[in-house]
Design a protein around this ligand. Structure first.
Ligand code: ADP
Length: 456
């Protein structure tokens, strides 16, 4: 099997061209040989007819002496290398030319028209013409060997035979040049693609004036590069943001430990340090959990543990769990889970979703404010609505709050322990249940997050 595409193309081209040339040659040869035969037949038929006419006149002149009339006519008419013969019934009256009489006598029984006769190397053609005059039956035969046709066809055969290798060589060369020319842009594209690495993913293949098919290939490749570039960029940002987030708790832990170890301290001081370290470690493990979950979600490796449960129960449980935090902040938490609503989904993930929303609502609402959570049914959808009377989200920040590591109010969020991942996890959980989450907010007077989940 030929590996090179160029050689393979050339070979196909060559094979196709040779076959075409062969078919053409056979066709040409056939047409020519038939045309030559027809020409010979027509000229023999014409000779036979002319001879018959002359013989009839001569017979009248000779007062019915057929052998004499035949001898006169035969000596007047000449077929080059062939023969003219006149029979009465099957008796040969006269013949001219180099053909032996024995061979001519065999023709006497032939029907009128053209016949092939075995004669010499290539055979002969004979025109048989019947003449009935004054009650007698005559037969006029004009015969010519096929030698001249064979000679002419031989010339054609030899020409084709010599032309074939020459044409095939030319076709091969042409095919090779053609294949090289049409494949050149591919090599050039491969060369460009070779230079693209993860450090210059923004580079693109130059399409130039490449043929349409190759331009499509290059455009698809460029589109693939764009997609790769985007996902590389978001991965890079994710890693950079994650490292940045990890740095703060780690440096707090290190700082606390350094200070504690620098000299002897009281038991109370050690306790305080350990409490801070424990607090930061919790933060750290929450962050690592979040990161791991998002990374798994990106890789499409999170399998939903789908089961049937009561969504209203889940909401009520979340409200109970959030009550401590709300109480500590003097926030009134109101929960309206409504009637029993059975739902099929991943209970653990949906608990996370509700907790993240409640946690945010409480954290971004000043003391004395109100947070409410409700479950509503609307047609085929269930809606979980979490509203607060908190700081709200500015219009320019609203489209970004679901992005990873995005914080509308950086100082406050970090101080409150947020990483900017909570809402991106909410969005991912809602979407993995074929639902969505929307935000309505008025800065200064509060926000409402509504999660819609389709009931299957
Ligand atoms: P964080 O951990 O910082 O809270 P989130 O992804 O949960 O991260 O939220 C992203 C940002 O959206 C927050 O930093 C905050 O500025 C804003 N935000 C989220 N929920 C609320 C809310 N209920 N009220 C006001 N701002 C909010």
């Amino acid at each position: 099997m030929i590996k090179s595409f160029r050689l393979r193309l050339t070979a196909w081209y060559l094979a196709f061209f040779s076959l075409l040339f062969l078919i053409f040659s056979v066709f040409l040869y056939g047409v020519l040989s038939r045309a030559l035969e027809k020409r010979l037949d027509e000229s023999l038929a014409a000779q036979a007819v002319t001879t018959a006419g002359l013989f009839q006149d001569e017979l009248e002149e000779m007062h019915g002496d057929a052998p004499l009339a035949a001898a006169n006519v035969v000596s007047d008419m000449r077929v080059p290398d062939g023969a003219i013969a006149v029979f009465e019934k099957t008796r040969l009256l006269a013949a001219g030319g180099p053909v032996p009489a024995r061979q001519l006598e065999g023709i006497a029984a032939a029907p009128a028209g053209m016949i092939g006769v075995s004669y010499g190397k290539y055979g002969a053609r004979a025109a048989v013409h019947r003449l009935a005059t004054s009650g007698r039956d005559f037969l006029i035969v004009a015969l010519a060997p096929r030698d001249s046709i064979a000679a002419e066809l031989g010339v054609v055969r030899r020409s084709l035979f010599f032309a074939l290798p020459l044409l095939v060589a030319l076709a091969g060369l042409g095919g090779y040049v053609l294949a090289s020319r049409s494949l050149a842009p591919l090599g050039w594209m491969a060369e460009q693609a070779h230079k693209i690495t993860d450090s210059n993913l923004d580079a693109r293949l130059e399409i130039g004036d490449a043929a349409q098919e190759l331009a499509v290939l290059a455009a698809s490749f460029n589109a693939l590069l764009s997609r790769l570039d985007r996902s590389f960029e978001s991965m890079r940002r994710f890693v950079a943001d994650a490292s940045h987030e990890l740095r703060t708790p780690i440096s707090v832990i290190r700082g606390e430990a350094d200070v504690a170890l620098s000299h002897q301290r009281s038991a109370a001081e050690y306790q305080e340090t350990l409490a801070i370290i424990l607090d930061e470690s919790r933060r750290l493990s929450r962050l690592v959990d979040d990161l791991l979950n998002l990374a798994r979600a990106d890789a499409g490796r999170v399998r939903l543990q789908v089961q049937e449960f009561y969504l209203n129960d889940l909401l009520a449980e979340c409200c109970r769990a959030a009550q401590t935090l709300a109480g500590a902040r003097r926030i009134d938490l109101e929960c309206r889970p409504g009637d029993d609503v059975a739902f099929r989904g991943d209970e653990e993930l949906l608990r996370r979703l509700v907790m993240n929303l409640l946690d945010n609502a409480i954290r971004y609402t000043p003391p004395g404010g109100k947070v409410s959570a409700a479950l509503e049914q609307e047609g085929t959808h269930l809606r979980i609505r979490v509203s607060d009377t908190g700081v709200g989200i500015a219009a320019d920040a609203a489209p970004h709050v679901f992005e990873r590591f995005y914080r509308a109010d950086k100082a406050r969020s970090r101080q409150d322990g947020g990483f900017g991942l909570g809402l991106s996890i909410v969005k991912w959980i809602a979407e993995s249940h074929n639902g969505d989450v929307v935000l309505a907010s008025r800065p200064g007077s509060g926000s409402t997050f509504t999660v819609s989940l389709p009931r299957d």
